[in-house]
Design a protein around this ligand. Sequence first.
Ligand SMILES: *Cc1c(COP(=O)(O)O)cnc(C)c1O
Length: 384
Amino acid sequence: MNIYLDNSSTTKIDEEVLKEMLPYLQENYGNPSSAYRIGRENKAIIENAREQVAKILNADTEEIYFTSGGSESDNMAIKGVVFANQDKGNHIITSKIEHPAVLDTCKELEKCGFEVTYIDVHKNGIIDLKQLEDSIREDTILISIMFANNEIGTIEPIKNICKIAREHNVIFHTDGVQAIGNIKINVKELEIDLLSLSAHKFYGPKGIGALYVREGVNFRKYLNGGHQERNKRAGTENVAGIVGLGKALTLTYNNFEDKNEYLYNLRTYLINEINNNIPDIKINGDLENRLPGNINISIKGVEADNILNELDKKGIFISTGSACTTGSIESSHVLKAIGLSDAEAHGSIRISLGKYNTKDELKYFVVELKKIIEKLRKYSVLYN
Ligand SMILES: *Cc1c(COP(=O)(O)O)cnc(C)c1O
């Protein structure tokens, strides 16, 4: 039996979502751009999913664009805005704890003549709002700050950030990939300009995402080719994926409060179990403003990679930092940004809970984790 505790990395597709998608991988194969019936029908199906997404975000349907996932949405948002607004300036503001889809896009843009300011976060992972406001210049054309962090689960003060961006008349993008499904997001009320989301983070299929772009935001075409997505993103639509995304998003917000409470209670249980059984650990990130399923802990005197491998042998799956940095020896840029030493960062694991996890699984997990840590610490020069 496997115990999957890496839901921030991806989630298992919901059976109901899969069922809804299957016809579009089988008999309903028409190209939505075709003029005949099986094409037109799929076009209508896509528009139906677009309405589902728009309704949940409180956006207009014309403000939703389908993409291949969170990474593409982030690229499309940032590149789409900065290339369209180059006449106004070349300065971008982001944070030090962004996902690589944002961070590396910004680094790439620096090579193309853009200037980027990377804002610090406090020890709890919350963005330094004063530094953010002080960094805004005449030529700032975009602020991109994530809604919630994928490694430490911190939820950023998006309302305040939006307000700052609005007051200075700067376009604001947020990577909402971790937040969607965990937080209710009303783009109109918050006055968000662009928001990225990805279906596989909320029990939908992989390889499908969406970008919300507020009507009126000056924004350029990202992928060249056909005229799909109102001529803003070329490529034959992933019909089954789009259907799956719409369904998954609707399901997630159907029982939103119950699911959140369930995750929150599971996490409280897990933190108590860990605290009662394993000495010399430290929880990273803010405890209040935090995604309900996220735990990130530094474990003194051990290498997180060794813990991951030992748990793997038992069929338990967790992550060290973020999946995207696994395999590299660099410590997590997020853990560095909140002030952890290299040793602390290398001894940190992320456990991310999902709706399919149970208390029994967590109980077994802590028993195994305790054994592994005791064994590793026995031979650790760092611990003894
Ligand atoms: C997973 C993730 C992404 C990337 O999404 P993909 O759909 O895997 O490309 C971007 N940002 C955050 C915060 C994520 O957690």
